[in-house]
Write a protein of this length. Structure first.
Length: 277
């Protein structure tokens, strides 16, 4: 799949999507990557040698990626449980995040999982294609996903943290879990995942996720059969290396930077390290 055009500037991208989104119910997801050259796949699936080393470390079969994801998540959760990763919801309700919510948290903190993260905001997606200044000598990629109309993707949307069962035809994550408690492990076909906004990173990045499903995790998103997808279009623009620096400066002027997208001490430190005021 070839890009139709190159992203010239922040203004160019905004103009492009102001033309595309002509109906209030049209929904897009956006994602930026600093480099080109690989299929759109979950981080855990990108490097076979990494899968092999993780599988050996955690005593999992290299053929059972779902099992490996669970092993990684359990180790992450064991050491991260003392961290304040929730908000007032958990404190007031006396609850803890579900395993699926832990999976979203882990994905946002860099753990290789079978999720792919997106943003509802195009400029946030664009930021992740220019974020790493060490890669400003390489062209990046800006992905956009146009979802099918709501009525055509009801059965392919998963909402976490809704106790009411099936609501408006949408499958809810509290309904069915497998033995290890991860609802996503039950999913065979591609889904859109809407997380509960219990974490500042998820809130700040306007986060959404997609999950390929157990039967399709070895494929790039481009290769999944059309009738199974909750989206109707997947495409991308190139972010030329020569434009990255200016795009990043313009995004920072719009308050899209490390401190706003990562509202914790790590994000603040990176923002100040990079010259933020």
């Amino acid at each position: 799949m070839k890009p139709r055009r190159e992203i010239e500037s922040v203004a160019w991208l905004l103009n492009e999507f102001s033309k595309k989104k002509t109906h209030p119910h049209v929904r897009y997801f956006y994602r930026g990557e600093a480099e080109q050259g690989h299929k759109l796949q979950p981080r855990l699936m990108r490097k076979k040698n990494v899968i092999a080393s993780y599988s050996k470390l955690y005593s999992c079969s290299t053929d059972c990626i779902v099992e490996l994801q669970y092993a990684l998540l359990e180790r992450f959760r064991r050491y991260a449980s003392s961290q304040n990763i929730g908000n007032a919801f958990f404190s007031s309700a006396g609850e803890s995040p579900t395993l699926d919510e832990w999976l979203c948290i882990a994905q946002h903190h860099g753990l290789p999982t079978l999720l792919i993260d997106w943003s509802l905001q195009p400029l946030i997606g664009l930021y992740f294609s220019v974020r790493d200044t060490a890669l400003h000598d390489k062209s990046g990629r800006f992905w956009y996903l146009k979802l099918k109309e709501r009525k055509d993707r009801k059965g392919n949307t998963v909402r976490f943290r809704d106790k009411s069962g099936i609501k408006n035809g949408i499958l809810l994550a509290d309904e069915e879990k497998d033995d290890d408690g991860l609802f996503v492990n039950k999913i065979d076909t591609p889904r859109v995942i809407v997380p509960w906004v219990f974490n500042k990173r998820i809130e700040s990045q306007h986060a959404r996720f997609t999950y390929s499903g157990r039967k399709y995790i070895n494929m790039g998103f481009e290769d999944i059969e059309d009738e199974l997808k909750p989206w109707e279009k997947l495409d991308w623009f190139e972010v030329p290396a020569d434009n990255k620096s200016q795009i990043k400066q313009d995004l920072e002027k719009l308050q899209i930077h490390e401190k706003t997208l990562f509202p914790d001490l790590d994000g603040l430190a990176r923002y100040l390290r990079d010259g933020g005021i």
